[in-house]
Design a protein around this ligand. Structure first.
Ligand code: ZN
Ligand code: ZN
Ligand code: FE
Length: 764
């Protein structure tokens, strides 16, 4: 019997050909296996029918752990046996299939880690130790098929020792494209902040010592540069905050081991499992009551973002020091993508780091660390990047058109919907300037090439001024395909529904801002959505609208939001009196407050700038409680409010007040205001969140009953809030309603592109 088999999925760069080689020879088959230009694998086998059948069975049952098989296409061949043995052939360039892809980067495996520590192993203490089961993949591949010459390992020719392992079917590095050793592979070296090489025998461990001593280092990794410094000394962190213009935004840290994490954070078994998984994301874990690391790492937050070492180099950084963890934050200038080449690093980081730890391998694709949080056992992805991208999310439904979604403006990703698979790019960032827009463009092109996709429709946000909207229009014209503009919260809703294969949903979509269908600022929405062939959406209800006093300034200075809301139920005199006590928190002091009072008067008569944003209500509460009066990063007031609320309990017990199709919030804000000093800040923070959660749930249940819908979902950035999410969940369970949250795509704006693409994929 002779058959040709084509396998699609994630089958290159995961040890698939060596695996095929082994099961083919075990089953006494002859023929070949080879990689194809479309990221798939092609196999030809000859042998007895029984053996061929068993081979095909084993192919699917015993696949390597990192492989993902989407399709196995078997085709019988006629003719005589043509091969006398089984071999791995040179890759073909054929690209007729689409939808296969290269794997994400994989954290160092235990076998490599053991070798790294073994003084008798030739790769003892070699920072770039990898094998067929681990190492960089997505970030190293320039084009397909996945052969060494198509990766940035091209320049390193294997020594005889590596070559021997590479060609030995019994070896773990049989056909491992990243195989390298100290003799033939990439080299790490230390330089001054001007790029002058520092002579030193053990540069990686020396770098670890320099970090522990309080220096700031830029470290080149798999998908970009990190900036590292001590977690015990506050001075270098303070300096880092100053030079990075990040006065408050939390820094991620890398802990030396899981035991070290347990010493400064409370981690559940599920959290430990995720921390130790081959994805190795940054996980937001709860700080211990007495936090032994510097308070400057994650000021005002109850969580800290921690990851474990995921390369040989990372492990070695800790070898000569006792530090439990290092600050390890992406090196990117404000609003620009993560730095991925040496020259840019020297230019953009040289003036504030003390040293560089470079290596001489180029980075093909930049890729930030992923960020995840667990709500109980459910994973809530904040940033889906290294370890996840570009592996697809597989859905139950197939789109009718291959569609590209380009996201919104903040936390952007791109997404290509192809068949029943959603391919999301790595995290791109806030697309507010040319560099990030260029990064988005390149990432999308690269992804389309990798999966062999031909774009038939493009979707973007409804906002006419987003640069992603303009990019969509340009690309649409260039490719001559339709461009669909999708309302922000409809995209959030579609993402949630597609993830759970739902055709109907009452969705609570809460975040900071999304351009509404009416041109208004939405952000606290109850949406009915239906998917039957095409999608339809209806905004059923929303949070009470409030004035954004001074437009964008109201987002930056939440006291303005507080003033706008309080003005509804408080006399101007009382409001003026209180605002004056807050005057140091306004950049222009009393003058600004006077102007604010005039604006309030004007807005009362001719309201402009109204918003139904949930984020802005949380901001206002945070400002009133003195938790945050200037937002220096996205979500800051709400995150700090959540941190304090974790220590609180219900103090107000307000019944949700619903007026027509809106949930009133000014009553709650006023109660918080009036109870300052009577109830604790933590209790009031808790009560505010609880009111919003209960109110949104009440409104959603009301609508669900009205329309006879059995499913309610929760999406948008506010869904990261554990207290709000779990409160809504509890209420839904009590009401016997199925409740859905995200698991695979971010509830925040990183999931927008996915929602857009799934809508465009079904559009006529
Ligand atoms: Zn390995
Ligand atoms: Zn070698
Ligand atoms: Fe959003």
């Amino acid at each position: 019997m002779r058959v040709k088999i084509r396998v699609t999925g994630i089958v290159q760069g995961v040890g698939f050909r060596p695996f095929i080689y082994r099961i083919a020879t075990k089953n006494k088959l002859t023929g070949y296996v080879r990689n194809r230009g479309d990221a798939g694998v092609e196999i030809l086998v000859e042998g007895t029918e029984k053996n061929v059948k068993r081979f095909i069975e084993q192919l699917q049952m015993k696949k390597p752990p990192l492989a993902q098989i989407h399709q196995v296409l078997v085709e019988s061949l006629s003719g005589e046996q043509a091969y006398s043995n089984f071999s791995i052939l040179k890759s073909s360039k054929e690209t007729e299939l689409s939808g296969s892809v290269v794997p994400p980067d994989v954290a160092i495996c235990n076998e490599c880690l053991t070798e790294l520590r073994n003084p008798r192993n030739p790769r003892h203490a070699y920072f770039f130790i990898t094998c067929v089961n681990c190492g960089p993949r997505f970030t190293i591949i320039e084009r397909l098929p996945y052969d060494r010459q198509n990766t940035t390992m091209r320049q390193f020719s294997m020594c005889t020792f590596c070559q021997k392992e590479y060609t030995d079917p019994a070896n773990r590095r049989f056909h491992a494209q990243t195989v390298a050793c100290p003799k033939c592979g990439p080299e790490a070296y230390l330089t001054t902040n001007k790029g002058e090489r520092i002579d030193c025998e053990d540069p990686v461990r020396e770098a670890g010592k320099l970090i522990a001593e309080g220096n700031i280092l830029a470290i080149k990794g798999y998908g970009g540069f990190h900036i590292a410094t001590s977690t015990l000394l506050s001075e270098p962190i303070a300096k880092l905050r100053e030079v990075k213009y990040r006065s408050q935004k939390p820094f991620a840290i890398m802990a030396r081991s899981i035991e070290a994490v347990r010493r400064f954070a409370k981690v559940s078994p599920e959290e430990e499992e995720l921390l130790l998984s081959h994805i190795r994301p940054i996980l937001l874990v709860r700080k211990k009551e007495k936090f032994p690391l510097s308070d400057l790492i994650a000021p005002g937050l109850h969580t800290v973002g921690v990851m474990l070492p995921y390369t040989g180099m990372h492990y070695m950084l800790f070898d000569k020091v006792n530090e439990p963890a290092f600050v390890m934050t992406s090196a990117n200038p404000p609003n620009q993508p993560i730095i991925n080449n040496d020259k840019a690093a020297l230019k953009k980081l040289g003036n504030f780091v003390d040293y560089f730890l470079f290596h001489n391998r180029e980075i093909a694709q930049r890729c930030d660390d992923s960020v995840v949080r667990l709500h109980g056992k459910n994973q809530s992805i904040i940033r889906r990047s290294r370890g996840y991208a570009p592996a697809p999310i597989r859905l139950k439904t197939h789109v009718s058109k291959t569609a590209l979604g380009l996201g919104g403006e903040l936390n952007v990703t791109g997404c290509i919907m192809l068949g029943n698979k959603a391919f999301l790019t790595q995290h791109i960032g806030d697309v507010e300037n040319l560099e990030t827009l260029q990064f988005l463009k390149e990432a999308v092109y690269h992804l389309a090439r990798l999966i062999n996709a031909e774009i038939e429709a493009i979707a973007c946000d409804l906002h006419p001024k987003f640069s992603t909207t303009r990019l969509a229009e340009n690309l649409g014209a260039q490719l001559n395909v339709p461009v669909l503009k999708v309302q922000h919260h409809y995209a959030h809703t579609a993402a949630l529904m597609a993830e759970h294969n739902l055709d109907e949903l009452i969705c609570i979509a809460c975040d900071g801002y999304g351009y509404g269908e009416d041109g208004g600022a939405w952000g606290g929405e109850i949406i009915y959505a239906q998917q039957s062939g095409t999608w339809s959406f209806k905004r059923l209800a929303h949070l009470e609208q409030h004035t954004l006093l001074g437009g964008d300034l109201a987002t930056r200075y939440p006291l303005r939001m507080a003033a706008a809301i309080l003005a509804k139920e408080t006399s101007p005199e009382k409001l003026w009196e209180w605002l004056k006590t807050q005057k140091e928190k306004f950049p222009y002091g009393e003058v600004e407050i006077q102007l604010l009072m005039q604006q309030i008067e004007k807005e009362r008569k001719y309201p402009k700038f109204l918003t139904s944003s949930c984020g802005r209500v949380l901001d206002a509460v945070a400002a009133i409680l003195g938790i945050c009066s200037e937002r220096t990063y996205e979500g800051e007031p709400a995150m700090k409010l959540e941190a304090i609320a974790t220590k609180g309990k219900e103090a107000l017990s307000l019944k949700p007040e619903i007026n027509g199709n809106s949930l009133i919030t000014s009553n709650m804000v006023k109660e918080v205001f009036l109870n300052r000093g009577k109830a604790s800040v933590a209790d009031l923070a808790f009560s505010a969140e609880s009111y919003l959660a209960r109110g949104l749930a009440t409104l959603a249940i009301e609508k669900a009953l009205e329309l006879g819908v059995k499913n309610v979902g929760f999406t948008g950035g506010v869904a990261y809030n554990e207290h709000i999410t779990l409160t809504i969940k509890r209420i839904m369970e009590e009401a016997g309603i199925q409740f859905f949250v995200h698991r695979l795509v971010p509830p925040g704006d990183g999931g927008i592109s996915f929602g857009q693409a799934i809508i465009a994929g079904f559009a006529e």
